[in-house]
Design a protein around this ligand. Sequence first.
Ligand code: NAD
Length: 375
Amino acid sequence: IAIAVTRERREGETRCAATPETVKKLLALGASVTVESGTGAGSSISDADYEAAGAKVTSDLAAVLAGADVLLKVRGPTASETSALKSGTVVVGMLDAYRDKATVDALKGQGASAFAMEFVPRITRAQVMDVLSSQANLAGYRAVIEAAHTYGRGFPMMMTAAGTVAAAKVFVMGAGVAGLQAIATARRLGAVVTATDVRPAAKEQVESLGAKFVAVEDEEFKAAETAGGYAKQMSAEYQAKQAELTASHIVKQDVVITTALIPGRAAPVLVTAAHVASMKAGSVIVDLAVEAGGNVEGSKPDQIATTANGVKIVGWNNMAGRIAADASALYARNLVAFVGLMVKDGVLAIDLEDEILKAAMVTHQGQVVHEGLGG
Ligand code: NAD
């Protein structure tokens, strides 16, 4: 099996789909690995590092793509990459398939068997391939680092001869994978942390990290969690009650980090312009959902927006890409586990009945096959 890894070409993408460690693991599956020159640059991995691990490194992109049986990517391949693939090539990456129809169509047209890693089901067997978790965890950590960097005050309480510095009050909205890591990171820095979520199960997790849980805990809240463990769309009535509670809480916060996503839908607005206007000058909000439309009114993709009352809203896209070396390392391991599902005795053998492969497959033999995409 010829496995190819090419440089990421999407704007702002710093991560890569293979590391020297995973090259060795792919070779051990019986594959050969070709890496495009410069692939690891954003993660401090040199061409020589890949070569030392046993990969062939070349800058001849057309040859890499034309010879590939499997193409590994972080984000979807660009149209020109896709058009250089032979029909039937397996393409694996975070394709953003719900939003990026053009890429899905191109892969379909080229006859690729494309797999979207964001569709890997959250079942126990697939935990090792769960890119949403591996990347969200790092994004949650990095969101706190960005907040601390942007905030003009300290996070921990410090008692000095010149007086006491107060601990920062940090409020984390959405206590999934990213939010829980944000809570843990803010606590390590010494902040006083509160958090909210619409899933009742989150309460215990928040409290086990030493943070206080803040939410309207009515009957709807107690019933709100889908079978997959994801958040449900809440009623307008619940959202109004929650907004009221949020309003009275947010006004006292120094830092707010929002992480709320609902799969396949635009992110819910949790922090309104009025909430932002109620905060003190110098407060910082980090909107981790900015790429999905944003949880914060006034957040702008890839900018720090400063409001009239002096609140800074951090809207970095691709927060995991700001901790690229670790994000690449974890992502690449997720991919090895996934590719391992389709290799038997050194040859490609895609079992279309495999629950994980089936859930992640987006295009196959010239068709869109994913249910969520009308396949
Ligand atoms: P996510 O990225 O989809 O959303 C982040 C968080 O925002 C979630 O906790 C969600 O409940 C919350 N949220 C959504 N709307 C909200 C609102 N209006 N107000 C406040 N919070 C809101 O979530 P995730 O991090 O991917 O995790 C989702 C669930 O999946 C969690 O229960 C997690 O533990 C579970 N999970 C399971 C596995 C597994 O393999 N079994 C792996 C990873 C995650």
